[in-house]
Design a protein around this ligand. Sequence first.
Ligand code: 1GP
Length: 243
Amino acid sequence: MTIIDQLESIIGQYQAGYLVLVDPDRIKLKEIPRFAQIAQSAGVDGILLGGSFLTNDLSTIAETLKKSTDLPIILFPGSAMQVTPHADAILFMSLLSGRNANYLIGEQVKAAPMIQRVGLETISTGYILIDGGQQTAVSFISNTTPIPNDKAEIAWAHALAGQYLGMKLIYLEAGSGAKTPVPDQIINSVKKQVTVPIIVGGGIRSPEVARKKVVAGAQFVVTGNVIEQDPSLMKAFADAIHS
Ligand code: 1GP
């Protein structure tokens, strides 16, 4: 079964799935087996690995994660430098909300030959940055301006364009550590316009808020920071998202 098939079957089973983001700069190699074990027993559906700016070696972390769990390891790359064979798939993203050609198509062209060589499954994903109330690493590094979080029609038009371009997922991102997550109203308006699954992440700090994102239309919810600080929260998030 491909990873995109697995993700779709999770939606079929629960309505919405739970993905945790591992930022290679914020996890220690020795902590990975325990983290992966907690994730697996908590009912997490998959692990995203990557970041907009990295100083650490992602490949070693991916390899250790892969050995530590049966959960799918899905690369969530900030650049072409974050391709490694030690994963099950890669979100092959284009930063649709920006007008920086490098993140729309440049990094993708650099990454494509390596992805082909290592045989990674690619999942074409339209990545849309929504203002989360503060400057985020992804906005700074990509040199792109997020969509204002009260402009639902701009958000859904980008998502629809992504779907028309053939993207299999739409990722609504407020940015890691965002003050405010993607508003329910934005998720809801995107959901009304597109048929492909919607992933929502950035600034989600409680299972209650995660549940609200599902009710608004998210088919996957991602948390990073909050579970880095306390991995035991993964169970409560998984339960809230799956319920
Ligand atoms: C993944 O960037 C998010 O889309 C993760 O954000 O670290 O704020 O949970 P947090």
